[in-house]
Design a protein around this ligand. Structure first.
Ligand code: SF4
Length: 340
């Protein structure tokens, strides 16, 4: 299946940037959004369309599945109690170098909104050298398949615990660069799965004893029927777990089992879900979230209670307070100890 008029030219859309069906780039109707919402069982069309490089790797690959490294994040994920913390990249860029071990793993953003921060994999290498577990975000944006291959090799060589793969925001808004979307998130996931099993796009083989986990994303603010298909594609591609878009409303948490059910119509199994929470959830921030299509309305305690009752996989904490990052992080960790 192929659609036209997608500025990112995605093979497997929609990306996470369709706001109420409108494209994040040009505000036109997102063709992928309406297509995926409308088709019930896709009339026999393949749900996952693969990039030629990935298809060729599959054709020549003869190895089997490699086990995931059993980090504390993965062990706690199996109990529904994993905790990841988004690394405060802006504090690092301001010269702060003292950080402590918190939760099971640090996630490291990859240039959100196209703002050029320090490379997420470079920061991952630095954090690994300090003894921390890391999960850099890696987006498809502004990397062709060769650049993405190079990033995955970094993930393997430096023994990262995992990687979070997502299509990425349109970057042309911030700086007048030429946006590149060679792969989409599903094809990136497939490429990672193959590479982490010991094959490169060049056809070369190498040994991998234990592989990093592969996380994708889920947006529970999208309609369940649509999001179920988006999730199914990622499961078919080989994702081990998914991390959610920011959740700020209990009803949205309750949509997740429906999305998982919907995905099961198209894919063979479920995957754990880690819910992203923004803290502190201030009123002025809520209006910004709503503009991004994120439903709001509940306080953080009630949302954590809801997540806890569903035992989905875990919680990803994003502390949105630079000056008091440590203090606010302690507050939310204390709340998790009490409720989660
Ligand atoms: S929202 Fe994403 S998938 Fe839809 S048209 Fe825009 S870039 Fe393409």
């Amino acid at each position: 299946m192929r659609v036209f008029n997608c500025p990112k030219d995605l093979l497997n859309g929609p990306c996470g940037g369709a706001l109420e069906g409108k494209c994040e780039v040009n505000s036109n109707s997102c063709p992928w959004y309406y297509l995926m919402e409308r088709f019930e069982l896709l009339d026999g069309a393949p749900l996952l369309v693969e990039h030629p490089v990935v298809l060729e790797m599959e054709r020549i690959f003869e190895g089997g599945e490699v086990n995931i490294k059993k980090s504390s994040f993965i062990k706690n994920l199996e109990r529904g109690k994993a905790i990841s913390v988004e690394f405060p990249i802006k504090l690092f860029e301001k010269g702060v170098r003292e950080f402590r071990k918190v939760g099971d793993i640090y996630t490291i953003p990859d240039n959100p909104l196209g703002y050029p921060h320090i490379s997420s994999t470079a920061l991952g290498v630095w954090l690994k050298s300090k003894g921390y577990s890391v999960m850099p975000h890696l987006t498809a944006k502004d990397r062709n398949v060769i650049a993405i291959t190079s990033e995955f090799r970094t993930v393997l060589e430096f023994d990262f615990e995992g990687v979070l793969i997502t299509t990425g925001d349109w970057s042309g808004f911030m700086i007048q660069g030429k946006p590149v979307f060679d792969l989409d998130s599903s094809n990136m996931i497939r490429l990672a799965k193959l590479m982490f099993s010991g094959i490169l796009p060049t056809g070369e083989r190498f040994e991998v004893k234990e592989r990093p986990f592969i996380a994708g994303t889920i947006n529970p603010n999208y309609p369940a029927k649509l999001e179920g298909k988006r999730l199914a594609r990622k499961i078919l591609a080989g994702v081990d777990l998914v991390i959610s878009q920011v959740v700020a409303n209990r009803k949205v948490v309750r949509e997740i089992p429906r999305i998982l059910q919907e995905a099961l119509k198209y894919s063979p199994h479920e995957v754990p879900v880690v819910i992203s929470l923004l803290y502190p959830l201030k009123r002025e921030l809520e209006s910004v979230l709503r503009k991004m299509g994120i439903k709001t309305g509940d306080d953080i305690r009630r949302i954590v209670e809801e997540v806890s009752s569903l035992e989905l996989g875990g919680i990803n904490i994003i502390v949105f307070e630079e000056t008091k990052w440590d203090e606010k992080l302690n507050e939310i960790l204390d709340l998790l100890k009490e409720v989660f």
